[in-house]
Design a protein around this ligand. Sequence first.
Ligand SMILES: [Zn+2]
Length: 307
Amino acid sequence: MSVKRKIILVLLLAVVLNFAGGCGEKNNMAQKQVPAEKQGLQIVTSFSILSDLVKNVAGDKAAVEYIVPIGENPHDYEMLPSELQKVTDADVFFINGFGLEGGMERILGNVTNTPVVSLSEGITPIPIVGDDAPDPHAWLDASLVITYVMNIRDTLISLDPDNKREYKHNAEVYINQLNELDSWIREQVAIIPQAKRIIVISENAFKYYGKAYGFQTEGIWELNSHEEGTPQQISRVVDLVTNKGLPAVFVETTVDKRYMQTIVNETGVPIAGAVYTDALGNKGSGADTYINMMKYNTEIFVKGLGN
Ligand SMILES: [Zn+2]
């Protein structure tokens, strides 16, 4: 964290603490003139993919925002003071868990009473390679996202029981779509020969996807929070791509592409495309919802490895 950011944060903490201890946050909320269209739950999620899941369950009963901007990386993201305020003002803060939001949780613990709900709760984690810590990217398996959706549904019902029927119905409709997505991915990847079922990418984020849909996965590094791209990491992947005779490698929309470009230069194997792991795409990208993002990624894997 830069010194400037630290100073701003300390000032903000002082304001928030004083505010909470002084006039009382809830009291102040009640005095606000809330326009009719702003009524309903105010929900904040850590990153864009979770927001799309929440919107599908909440329908028009909540306003949903996310913290980490599209194109940026949620691993160890440090919140700006204005973002921290957004979380403090919300009815609930949904995070992925499995350590993804470590940087956010450290700050939140001291200054906010907003409930923090981990959507991966109930999922058995896959550990990162060479460590006991969980890999956070469980959302890249469509069948596991059903657990996320059930956690969202149950939280919304407990916060807003009047709309229980709506949340249950919305969750049911969306779970059906996720089951269809899961089957669609299995059908699409079936044409990739067994020997080519290796996803080589900068961050080894596709472990859950690989386990669900039958791929070995290899990253230059394990998690973006350890992003290094050392000569040893690069040469390990160069050897792997060459030895396996892979037809393509991949990059992510949220990661510096120079490391993978080095591997392309050394092996002559092309990058088949940029996939979405830690953020949705912008409108018009073809990956602006969770379901579209999963389809987009799958099509790129099939294009790269399918012949
Ligand atoms: Zn990641």
